[in-house]
Design a protein around this ligand. Sequence first.
Ligand code: NAP
Length: 250
Amino acid sequence: MSRNKVAIITGGSRGIGAETAKLLALNGYAVCVNYLQDDAAAQSLKREISDMDVKCIAVKADVSRFSDVSRLFETVDKELGSLSVLVNNAGILRQQCRLDEISEDRFSEVLRVNVMGCFLCCKEAVKRMSTKYGGVGGAIVNVSSRASVTGSPNEYVDYAASKGAIDTLTRGLALEVAAEGIRVNGVRPGLIYTEMHASGGESNRVKRLENKIPMQRGGEPSEVAEAIYWLVSNKSAFVTGSFIEPSGGL
Ligand code: NAP
């Protein structure tokens, strides 16, 4: 693991990403908070982290667009220095429905953001971290979901399939770069209290499903952040190609 402590968290302005950004900052990382559109949320988090005496920048960029991703990584090179941690957290889901009601445009949007976004960011990170390119190593954590295992029937099979792709990408990339100083791991959260469920048309979804969760409650974003932080920290120095499931047993 490199000695630099510079991290990019995609979709870092709220929810799981924001908790991860704060935890990394608390542990001495200079942090780049990436986001798509909510300038106010990103600036407010940037102020909160800067108040911790840690360098923080907020970069608006759509992870599904190559030109935006290039600009995101180049900004970090310039303003924070050599990258050591990438958390691919940006992800979207859309209105709950059956697969036969999903439009082609929606299917491709979900795959572009969730899968292409993760792929593009991984590629930029490897080019900076890999010893093959003169880098000193680093850690990548991809935020998947328990949906990759359950398939999310009658809710969002498109989203679940995108998370399945992230699982496979995580495993393959981990093995490709294991000898180049980069560890690649994933988390598969279960039902977590964030605003994401409102995009599926049911802001109260986690509460409604609490009794289906073996631990009888949803998870806090900070509980996922702890798993992510363990995977980037040296405490997991011999772990790659693996997954942690903060899901309360779901
Ligand atoms: P969230 O509260 O909806 O936050 C999403 C974040 O992603 C926001 O910062 C948003 O920025 C950003 N974003 C969306 N599209 C983007 C794009 N194209 N480019 C860059 N940033 C983009 O989400 P969350 O619930 O914290 O989820 C975070 C991750 O955990 C996702 O990958 C999700 O699939 C996964 N997950 C969540 C749960 C759960 O129950 N919440 C469970 C399993 C897995 P703006 O606000 O500016 O749009």
